[in-house]
Write a new protein. Sequence first.
Length: 666
Amino acid sequence: MHIKRIKAKNFKTYYDLDLDISVEPDKPIILIGGKNGGGKTTLFEAIYGALYGLHINTLKQFRELLNAGSLDKGEEKITLELHFTGKVLNEEQQYILTRTYALNTVRQPTESVRLNMNGTVFLYGTATPPAQRIEQEAQVNKIIKANLPQELSRYFLFDAMEAGNLLKEDQLNKVIKENIENVMGFNKYIQLGKASETLYQQYTAQRLQVENEKKEYLDLIEQKNKFQDSLKILQQLLQDALQYSVAGKELYDNLKAGLNQETTIKNKIEQTVATIEGIHKKEAIYREDIENFVKDIELNVCIPKIVEALKSEIHLILKAKNDQQQSSSTNLSHEQVESISFTILNYLQQNKLVLGEVKLEQLVDHVLRANQNLPIKDEYHFLEFSEVKALENLLNNRAANPFPMLNQQQVELNLALAQVPIFEAQAEQMKAQITGTDYAILKAYEDNEAGIKKLEIQIAEAQGEITKIDKRLHRYDIQMSQEPDPRYEALGKLKGFFEEVANQLLKTKKQQIELKMKQDLNVNLAAYRDVIAKVELSENLSNLTFKIYHQAGNEIYLNQLNTASKQVVVQVLLKALHEFGDYDPPVMIDTVMGVLDETSRSTVLENYFPELSHQTILLSSDSEIRPQTDLSKIEPFISKVYTLERDRERQSTEVMAGYFGKTVNA
């Protein structure tokens, strides 16, 4: 898959975006810069939304995604258009996928989808008859899935900072397992195995000839389902407890060791109180802005509407008054004519150029009559000078409607106010700790640690019960009729068959993944550069493990890596999966550096990004890929480079050439 162009009309900060992001074969990188809030994440969302659609079910959701500037122009329609290519049966196909969102007559959002595949058009929308829509939508989804299924998109279109936040303590192996199962296509065999087991159990129940045996068999299945549901809940509780443990470990260690106990807690209290005060301050500013808006509503809303309605008439009045004023200014007054005539007559008499007697009054009357202009009739003579000036000021009024900004403030403020009770409770709990009469923080952390051990025991017990029930369920085979049933026998073997298929596929690609990751980690993992002897994946998907070994022979434990190193491990894994997986999509990364340190940044720039994919779109601020020091490291691999600039007054994002003022020989 190769994305050629993205167009976005009236989508969030983009009023009219048309961006060419195609790459050359030997230059796989598209570099897009922008400051925080400049529109990088919105561009990411536009590409994702064009592929998989926007979730717009209400008028409020539609308004939140509509570009604020488009409202002033009366445009209430969002359009996303993606141009891309993909191979079907080894033949490259050209695609143009367009999604349009608008409001119908009753102000409800509607959707229209159009996919052009080499001239063949698939079209459906909200108003399409159900049968026709199902058929057309299935064709479109099939084409998108063939290029990049939505469930896999998070592995290739991702935020590096968010990916880094997932890698906490014991979660790293889980993330690696999920990546391998999904991207390599193994997960479908696991799901088929589970489905075949469920079908086998149902079929076994139907074949039981004795009613009490059938009831007992179904009861066992119900017990197993309850244990499985309980297991999911316990695993989620364990996950939450582990996250709490990671988040509170630093504070617990400081308190437990007696190091700066009160200082540590007071700093936490001050930060929490400052956060609460900041929220209340934003609330006060919002209320003041609302009062000012209501107070001046006629200036902000009514007067602009009046001006728009009377603009043509006001222009006519001002033009007529201006013409009349210019006409009046061309006539000389009686005093001016008399002064000029006296000077001329005196000159003629002194030089004896006058034959007879000429009276000054006669000359003045003659000049006035000969040069008098007919006055222009003033149709608006009843308007005072101040009234004409008021019309000019009204026409030049540039008042902007602040309501959209106030509406956005309200949404953000509601979310923040909902957090205030939580912050206040945290502050009170920490204040009690300072007094020395309450050890709630220490006790809560220790209780959580004890809870983790208890949950691990409960999970092991639940898994043991499920294993016992499985053994009892399989014993019912001896109660079946002696009549041969090929379908039932085949069904009983399917689960093991699919598990074996998945494991065999893992074995065939295992060595390739291990070798590729070893090579890339020796280059990109700064803390262990050139000292990694091997990377080892297990051969069983049901208990998939991932290990890294030092050349000295010891294992490098994943949980002991810092956050930056964990991010590098996952990114190296994604690169290997991209190379050996079933799909060949582009890779798009927001906040590209995530939590990487200085050494890792340089390594990733020089060795990771240039080889990651046939098309790699990087969304970066100038503090991540720095124009002065970092840009030159990837410049030979860049096809195109842009900078997103936010116009705060117009509430829109513009695309500029270059990277923060630096040109690139792309």
